[in-house]
Write a protein of this length. Structure first.
Length: 133
């Protein structure tokens, strides 16, 4: 399991599970592609690939702890960015501005039942879930 990634936040709800990777780029122009992102047109940052790895790490750890498959999607949250452009071909990682985070998950429902959410939440809070993750 990759240890070169850390999970900033984990969002657990009826609409699914998400790892949130926050990036502070005040006033910047952000472009997000299928594998990387650029800030103000500069060199690529491998945020998208790391987000995928974080989601996979969480999925493996929580699936093992819960005893049932737990799908997790990665989300890049850009804080204080001036503009955010996301390639339409990017499907498995979400990218949003911090002001729009609530809107991004507003319509997601029906993936998990309350009992599943409780089991996942309890597993996520146990240190041993993450020990070998």
């Amino acid at each position: 399991m990759p240890r070169d990634v850390d999970i900033d936040h984990l969002l657990i709800g009826s609409g699914g599970l998400f790892t949130l990777n926050t990036k502070n780029h005040r006033g910047a122009r952000i472009w997000v592609g299928d594998r990387a992102a650029t800030v103000n047109g500069g060199r690529p940052h491998w945020y998208v690939e790391k987000s995928r790895k974080e989601a996979n790490r969480a999925s493996v750890a929580l699936s093992g702890a819960c005893g049932f498959p737990v799908a997790v999607a990665g989300v890049l949250v850009f804080v204080e960015a001036d503009t955010l452009a996301v390639e339409p071909s990017l499907k498995d990682v979400y990218a949003t501005h911090h002001d729009l985070i609530a809107d991004a998950f507003d319509t997601l429902t029906g993936v998990w039942q309350p009992a599943d959410i409780e089991a996942i939440y309890a597993s996520a809070r146990r240190r041993r879930t993450w020990h070998d993750a």
